[in-house]
Design a binder for this molecule. Structure first.
Ligand code: SF4
Length: 170
């Protein structure tokens, strides 16, 4: 079963992380903004105007952030490369999709690491089953990620991670 790309590729994303999430006072961002609002540093070509100076400008949160590949997947696979700049009505649909897909990709990264551990067979099988459940076949809309199978597997991952902790430490 092929895994999706789990590393961000901003060149194929519509700047979704720079739009979707709010910047709050206790976080490491140089300004406050609401969710579903483009960051003022986001350029029309979806590049960051202060990319080389993020930390210096107080945007350490952007340096630390990764969408785990969810941004380009939402843009290219679920929205066929369209962007909220082409059609502003797409903005909230795209940002919602990012907020749904990103946790799935983060969980897949965790399971990928788990699969490399010397786990007993039962845990290996559970890891593989959770991974399969988080990879809906040929997803074409966000609904495919909101199916019970995906969301139930996502909810199980924290408990699975606890169960493998002794092997990770070993
Ligand atoms: S500062 Fe740059 S990387 Fe951070 S949210 Fe704004 S545009 Fe995106």
């Amino acid at each position: 079963m092929p895994l999706p790309e789990l590393t961000e590729d901003c060149s194929r994303c519509a700047g979704l992380c720079c739009v979707a999430y709010p910047f709050e006072a206790h976080e490491d961002f140089g300004l406050l903004k609401a969710a579903d609002t483009p960051c003022p540093n986001l350029a029309p070509d979806f590049r960051c105007n202060i990319h080389d100076d993020l930390s210096k400008c107080g945007f350490g949160g952007c340096v630390a952030y990764s969408c785990a590949g969810a941004g380009q997947r939402v843009t290219q696979e679920l929205f066929d490369g369209e962007t909220w700049q082409d059609d502003p009505d797409l903005m909230t649909h795209m940002t919602y999709a990012l907020r749904v897909v990103r946790p799935v990709h983060e969980a897949l990264l965790v399971l990928l690491e788990a699969a490399a551990l010397p786990l007993p067979q039962a845990l290996q099988e559970r890891c593989a089953k959770l991974t399969r459940s988080l990879c809906p076949e040929a997803p074409s809309s966000i609904w495919d990620f909101e199916e019970d199978e995906v969301q139930e597997a996502l909810a199980e991952v924290p408990e699975f991670v606890e169960s493998i902790a002794p092997f990770a430490q070993g």
